[in-house]
Design a protein around this ligand. Structure first.
Ligand code: URP
Ligand code: ZN
Ligand code: ZN
Length: 486
């Protein structure tokens, strides 16, 4: 009788900290042995000459979600998660997005139902746009306890942004109930004001989207969010950092010892504002928020990936088709303000960073694993079940051919967006075989995953979301004349 359901033989096994040539034994969907010359498996995969990495954890992606503008993403949970799997990602954390007036509990139930199509495992961040007394006092505590232990807040977008006071309410609640808070940090007023001025003067084409999202709007909001988190001693993740300025603000907070985490995305390494400067409305395909910046910012973001300022590299996959259902839903000839914001990225997130980061020597392979797999799991309470190769972890594994070359075209990926922002690039290194809980879901360029096989991951927040226990004087009853406000 065989010892394992599956053995992956003689691959170069790589984690955030270690590298070893080893066999991996898998039983009932979990890794049960790592070693040399393991016993036989019912199925065996020869991984010699290949890299064996943890499956990716993409902790920021919008799937089957209504945007702030009320536009539906091109991907549903089937196409989105299949596309992720093709790119070596085996866990996603999309959003259950509350629009104003909605019950958060109902929203979460609805998204859970939609996700029953998923082919890989998934958790949810809750987008809170309406922190009413009912949400704060009853729904959020119950949902956090149930295992939805992260909350996203928007500081911009008319329909979903929260005020500073609402943000403080949510930060205080997260501290009490133990949840991670993540934030889209851009100053709404600065962007809105500049967009008005641009439009009044007739500057309406997609490239002015990048102009209206002035860098300082990001720096200001990142800085404000960090101060609010510090005031309440609550850990915070800053999503999709695009500029050197906001990166420096994050680094300074980390240097002060604050639990502030930074995330960046492929669009800030591989695209610039020039990509939005296309004939007609074609530039809409590259409109996202924050927008791609310039080469100087790209260089800075690479530095932040290498030096540890950023903990997470996620896709911010927000796919909108280039037609009347997506980018052009509000008008055939939209002004930059009417274009749905977002780019696809679930499938190419890891191949892009592997090729241009690891293969070109900008980051090492362990940092790649940390950024793409392990840290996302750690920040959001999924580690060590997800994000690593270790005894007891789910057998979520991607086997990479480090030398395979792939030239990207508009139809190279398996999402439903219909275009690829990175078309024309040739990448080196590709995940050729992908396993989720021990099941081979991608192999030989085909997806073998059954629709709906993905599982919902309920998780308590991890250590990363724990307060430091250091309140500022005005919030600390020992130093504020005994006022117990939290
Ligand atoms: O442009 C983007 N990133 N769209 C998705 C929603 C968000 O801002 O995260
Ligand atoms: Zn965002
Ligand atoms: Zn996003």
């Amino acid at each position: 009788m065989e010892d394992f359901d599956l053995v992956i033989r003689a691959g170069d096994v790589i984690t955030a900290s270690d590298r070893m040539t080893a066999d991996i034994g898998i039983r009932q969907g979990r890794i049960t042995a790592l070693g040399e010359r393991l016993g036989r498996g019912i199925r065996e995969i020869d991984a010699s000459g290949k890299l064996v990495l943890p499956g990716g954890v993409d902790s920021h992606c919008h799937i089957e979600q209504l945007s702030a503008f009320g536009i539906m993403t091109a991907d549903d949970f089937y196409t989105g998660t299949m596309s992720a799997a093709y790119g070596g990602t085996t866990t996603v954390i999309p959003f259950a997005a509350q629009h104003r007036g909605q019950s958060l509990k109902t929203v979460v139930d609805d998204y859970r139902a939609c996700a029953k199509k998923a082919v890989i495992d998934h958790a949810f961040h809750m987008i809170v746009s309406d922190p009413s007394p009912e949400v704060l006092d009853s729904e959020l505590p119950a949902l956090i306890q149930e295992g939805f232990s992260s909350i996203k807040l928007f500081m911009t977008y008319d329909n979903i942004r929260v005020s500073d006071e609402q943000m403080l309410d949510v930060l205080a609640l997260a501290r009490k109930e133990h949840a991670m808070v993540v934030v889209h940090a851009e100053n709404h007023g600065m962007i809105h004001w500049l967009a008005d001025k641009l439009l009044q003067k007739g500057y309406r084409s997609p490239k002015y989207h990048a102009v209206s999202h002035v860098r300082l709007a990001e720096t200001e909001a990142v800085s404000r969010a960090i101060q609010m988190a510090e005031m309440l001693d609550q850990p915070l993740t800053i999503f999709h950092v695009s500029t050197e300025g906001s990166m420096k603000v994050i680094r300074a907070a980390q240097d002060r010892g604050q639990r502030i985490y930074g995330e960046t995305c492929p669009q800030y390494l591989f695209l610039t504002a020039e990509d939005l400067d296309k004939p007609g409305v074609d530039g809409a395909m590259w409109c996202c928020s924050p927008p791609p910046r310039d080469q100087e910012d790209q260089t800075a973001i690479w530095r932040g990936l290498a030096n540890g300022t950023f903990q997470v590299f996620s896709s911010d996959h927000a796919p909108y088709s280039f037609d009347e259902h997506g980018k052009l839903a509000r008008s055939k000839d939209p002004s930059f303000r009417e274009i749905a914001n977002g780019l696809p990225g679930l499938e190419l997130r890891m191949p892009l960073l592997f090729s241009e980061g690891v293969r070109r020597g900008r980051i090492d392979i362990h940092r790649f694993v940390e950024l793409c797999c392990t840290n996302g799991a750690r920040l959001y309470g999924l580690h060590p079940q997800k994000g690593t190769i270790a005894i007891g972890a789910d057998a979520d594994i991607a086997i990479w051919d480090p030398d395979m070359k792939v030239t990207l075209g508009h139809d190279s990926t398996h999402d439903a967006t219909g275009y690829c922002p990175y078309a024309g690039m040739t990448l080196t290194g590709w995940p050729v075989t992908v396993l989720s809980r021990g099941e081979v879901i991608i192999d030989g360029g085909a997806c073998h995953a059954k629709r709906g096989r993905g599982r919902l991951l309920l998780r308590p927040a991890g250590d990363a979301a724990k307060p430091l226990g250091k309140l500022p004087a005005e919030l600390d009853p020992a130093r504020n004349f005994g006022a117990d406000v939290l």
